[in-house]
Design a protein around this ligand. Structure first.
Ligand SMILES: Cc1ncc(COP(=O)(O)O)c(C=O)c1O
Length: 466
């Protein structure tokens, strides 16, 4: 029983504080913590602005958007399948049977992982946390792994959305590590990580990293990491007492690329789930977690469904479970994905058709870019062509203004594209050290893609060196 003396009573003065009443224009305050979210809003406003200005048959003067990782190659098939297969049950109208997803969803994702990721350890429901998108999971994960001001490391260039996921609410920092441009997938890159750790821990005040992200397949560079680099990341995490977050959201977006075959650099995807951490490394396995989701491989950014797998860390799983209702997957998204994952025939058809279309679309773009002599970093996975447009930069604008730096020249080219109705993302925005490179999201339905390429051609033709 609670006695009345124990019931907290606000002091009357604070309610009737006459000063408060005399200043009706005084604005209500936000928390100090909210500053991180306010800063994040600057990025989100720009992002929303881009989304609202996009090309569509209803907005023909809009921007063809090669900047955002949205795969529209399978929209027709998915619309037809999902619109005819939504089968909600009584449980879907309730809080269901798990706040971290549902038992139906856990079973379905386990089937997917077993078939395509080949986990060495049997996957169980209690290894999984689902949430409303992988971004939401990373936000919650940062909140429980790092204290405010602490850091998470990632190789540069990196998916820029990580910044907001890590800083927006948890108030932590993403630190991009410059691993050079020679071979960004090699074990040698961990030397740069070691050096960064030394610098951060010896800085004044020291910055404490708590985790490292491995983005495999890599956004924005489009390669699969070799197994030995996965092992090197595990060793690195152990050496510096870090968690290792393996972001595998592009795992099934694999495709053929004849150029890559010709280079002899083609590699298959290996999941961190396929590494026997205990046997193959000296890493404590409870450090290692895998992130996945529906957005990229299942062409469904809007359905908001992410998955985290942690097979050796029940404490972390339990901690996340405690706040999982805050990001619970909506039951229609759960029902749709589970249905597709349990339909073997459709799943196989969907994955192989998507991969075939990715390969065909890549080839179409390669032919276009080769006409303009544009060097490409040949991709084998994910959604991007990373390309060198330095040959198309200029030093003086039409109005005679001198462009002094590489970044100014890159920005100038970016705006020339925008003025001609296309959005292509400058790679310096992803932390790439050399201005003049761009990330081009190629997985676009052909009718939009060709309009975009035609618009790019206008800019390239004007700037083509005689
Ligand atoms: C590497 C990577 N991780 C995570 C995400 C975010 O995924 P979600 O839509 O599930 O939040 C993206 C989106 O572009 C991404 O490229």
């Amino acid at each position: 029983m609670t006695s009345s003396a124990e019931v907290p009573m606000p002091a009357l003065e604070t309610i009737t504080d006459s000063k408060d009443f005399q200043e009706p224009t005084r604005k209500p305050k936000l928390s100090k913590r909210a500053q991180g979210s306010k800063d994040a809003a600057t990025f989100i406003e720009k992002f929303e602005d881009l989304l609202n200005k996009q090309y569509s048959p209803q907005n023909v003067n809009g921007l063809v958007n090669f900047g955002v990782a949205e795969n529209t190659l399978m929209q027709v098939e998915l619309k037809e399948y999902f619109n005819s297969h939504l089968n909600l049950q009584d449980l879907d109208f309730t809080y269901g049977d798990s706040c971290a997803g549902s038992k139906r969803l856990f079973d379905a994702v386990i089937r997917l992982f077993d078939r395509y990721f080949k986990p060495v350890k049997k996957m169980l429901h209690e290894h999984i946390i689902c949430g409303a998108g992988q971004s939401a999971i990373l936000d919650q994960l940062t909140h429980v792994l790092c204290d405010e001001g602490e850091a998470i490391l990632v190789a540069r260039p990196f998916y820029s959305g990580f910044i907001n996921d890590i800083s927006g609410r948890a108030g932590c920092r993403l630190i991009g590590v410059d691993v050079g441009t020679q071979d960004p997938s090699s074990t040698q890159t961990l030397k740069a990580f070691d050096a960064t750790m030394e610098t951060l821990l010896n800085s004044d005040p020291p910055i404490r990293p708590r985790a490292v992200i491995l983005c495999n397949p890599n956004n924005p560079l489009g390669f699969n990491y070799p197994r030995e680099t996965l092992l090197a990341y595990c060793e690195f995490a152990q050496k510096w007492d870090l968690h290792l977050l393996s972001d595998e959201i592009y795992a099934l977006s694999q495709f053929e690329n004849a150029e890559k075959e010709r280079e002899g650099t083609k590699r298959s995807f290996v999941s961190m789930l396929n590494v026997d951490i205990e046997k193959e490394t000296r890493c404590e396995p409870s450090r290692v977690h895998v992130l996945y989701g529906m957005s990229k491989d299942f062409c469904a950014n809007g359905l908001r469904l992410g998955v985290m797998v942690t097979q050796h860390n029940p404490e972390l799983r339990k901690t996340l479970l405690g706040i999982s209702l805050l990001m619970k997957v909506s039951s229609p998204a759960d029902a749709l994905w589970s249905g597709l994952l349990n339909d073997d025939q459709m799943l196989e058809y969907f994955i192989t058709t998507n991969q075939k279309k990715l390969g065909d679309t890549l080839k179409h773009c390669q032919i276009f870019f080769s006409k303009y002599g544009i060097p490409l970093l040949q991709p084998e996975a994910a959604h991007f062509i990373f390309m060198d447009l330095r040959g198309y930069l200029r030093e003086v604008t039409d109005s005679g203004e001198k462009l002094q730096t590489g970044v100014e020249q890159e920005t100038d080219l970016f705006y020339s594209f925008v003025q001609n109705g296309v959005y292509v993302a400058p790679a310096t925005g992803y932390g790439y050290p050399i201005p003049g490179w761009f990330r081009f999201t190629f997985c676009m339905r052909r009718d939009y893609l060709d309009i975009g390429l035609e618009r790019m051609a206008k800019v390239l033709n004007i700037r083509k060196k005689k």
